[in-house]
Ligand binder design. Structure first.
Ligand code: 13P
Length: 426
């Protein structure tokens, strides 16, 4: 069996024998998880559940596997790895990206208040229900990142959000970091907290249905960036990714280089080079599996206050040059954040990047660039739910086309207003 596992990035058993245990996944992952892997293969599909003899065979097969699984390390590791792969693969299918809807209660609250809706738990739930129940959302969205509160919430009719997402073939994800804090002895830089107790929390989130997770660390160009801030960002991301992979969650590694500032594209390139190099160094040091993680960087462009603006082609060229020089091809997907770009720009930039072949799935994991017009249209009015959902569908479709390099701006309904906010906290 171990010989068969050699293709995986590491081989846990021999190291464990030599006393150097580098990987110890929890038994939270169940063999049934990798059934989605088979369903998502060409020709497969959730409809297979409707086939009674097949369902019968699968449940029988599953029982046998469960018995082996609980008694045999080799079977356990095999399914652990296969289930990982299926999670990552559904989110990186052609034409698909991720919907980031994991704003903290404070940030979601300020968005709600911005459209005249009070920041209450019920209003946050109502808004998230609108997003999650958008018809056909799964056509272009493979994963949705949730805030902890949302992971445990349900629709007005009592259906768990997690079930709504799974029915559309969308993996539920979870933001696991605990937010940014001031970095002592720095020029107003920050660090990201949340490693304490993370393994236990990740296990709980997995039980609740989460299959991937996100940790957002930021680097500010005008405030430094200092060596210590970059190292802290990279090290925190790597520790988080290692812990969450052990819990069966596919980690999104998000080193965001903030848009705040007057820096040029060239200056962003220099800082991004340092940040991505350091991030991948620590990921490698921590034995994180690149093919079972997703990178979520910002695009390499000018700061929000830089007088010189660049074309989508220039941003795409600089970003791809950076990806090619820093990111191992094994990395499963590059899912960009929108970071304050307008809806249209974020789609144009992504489209320009996908005009040429590259070894990764280059796609989107936007919050503001997918949701901005949606929340403004809804503004708390139940009668506007359908219209707001149609906008979200359209935004997802246009970004899905950009993932394929087939977006046509002349046919776009995307808003051109910047979504940038100074000192934005997520
Ligand atoms: P934006 O697309 O609004 O930057 O948000 C993405 C995200 O998830 C930030 O962590």
């Amino acid at each position: 069996m171990w010989r068969r596992l050699r293709g995986f990035p590491f081989d846990a058993r021999p190291r464990a024998r030599s006393g150097e245990i580098r990987f110890s996944p929890s038994r939270m992952v169940y063999p049934s998880d990798c059934f989605t892997f088979f369903f998502f293969l060409p020709g497969g599909g959730k409809e297979d559940h409707k086939n009674i003899p097949l369902s019968f065979f699968l449940s029988f097969f599953r029982r046998i596997v469960d018995v082996f699984y609980s008694q045999n390390d080799s079977v356990f590791f095999f399914f652990f790895f296969v289930s990982f792969l299926s999670q990552q693969q559904n989110m990186t299918k052609p034409g698909k990206g991720i919907l980031a809807m994991d704003e903290s209660n404070a940030t979601c609250g300020s968005r709600l208040e911005g459209v005249g809706v009070e920041n209450t738990e019920e209003n946050r739930r109502r808004y998230r229900e609108l997003l999650i129940t958008t018809p056909d959302l799964g056509k272009h969205i493979g994963g949705a990142i949730l805030f902890e509160e949302t992971l445990y919430q349900s629709t007005k009719d009592g259906k768990a959000f997690v079930d709504c997402l799974n029915e559309q073939g969308i993996y539920p994800g979870i933001k696991v970091d605990k937010g940014l804090r001031p970095l002592a002895n720095s020029n107003g830089e920050s660090w990201c907290q949340g490693l304490d107790g993370l393994a236990d929390r990740a296990a709980e989130y997995y039980k609740q249905g989460a299959r991937f997770c996100k940790w957002r660390s930021v680097v500010s160009i005008p405030s430094g960036p200092s060596k210590i801030a970059v190292t802290d960002c990279a090290y925190g991301l790597a520790r988080y990714a290692a812990i969450c992979q052990n819990a069966g969650l596919v980690p999104i590694v998000e080193p965001e280089i903030l848009l705040d500032g007057e820096h040029t594209l060239e200056e962003t390139y220099e800082v991004a080079s340092a940040v991505w190099a350091e991030t991948f160094k620590y990921l490698a040091d921590n034995n994180v599996m690149f093919d079972r993680m997703l990178l979520k960087p910002s695009m390499v462009g000018p700061g929000a206050d830089c007088p010189k603006r660049n074309t989508p082609e220039e941003v795409a060229e600089a970003t791809l040059k950076m990806l090619n020089s820093r990111v191992p091809p094994a990395t499963a997907g590059i899912m960009f954040l929108s970071g304050g770009l307008s809806e249209l720009d974020s789609t144009l930039y992504l489209n320009a990047m996908n005009q040429q072949p590259n070894p990764w799935h280059v796609s989107f994991s936007y919050a503001r660039a997918l949701q901005n017009s949606v929340i403004k249209t809804w503004a708390g009015d139940d009668a506007m739910v359908g219209k707001a959902q149609a906008i979200l569908s359209r935004r997802a479709e246009e970004n899905g086309l950009a993932q394929l390099g087939k977006f046509n701006p002349d046919e776009s309904l995307a808003n051109t207003d910047s979504t940038f906010q100074k000192n934005y906290v997520y």
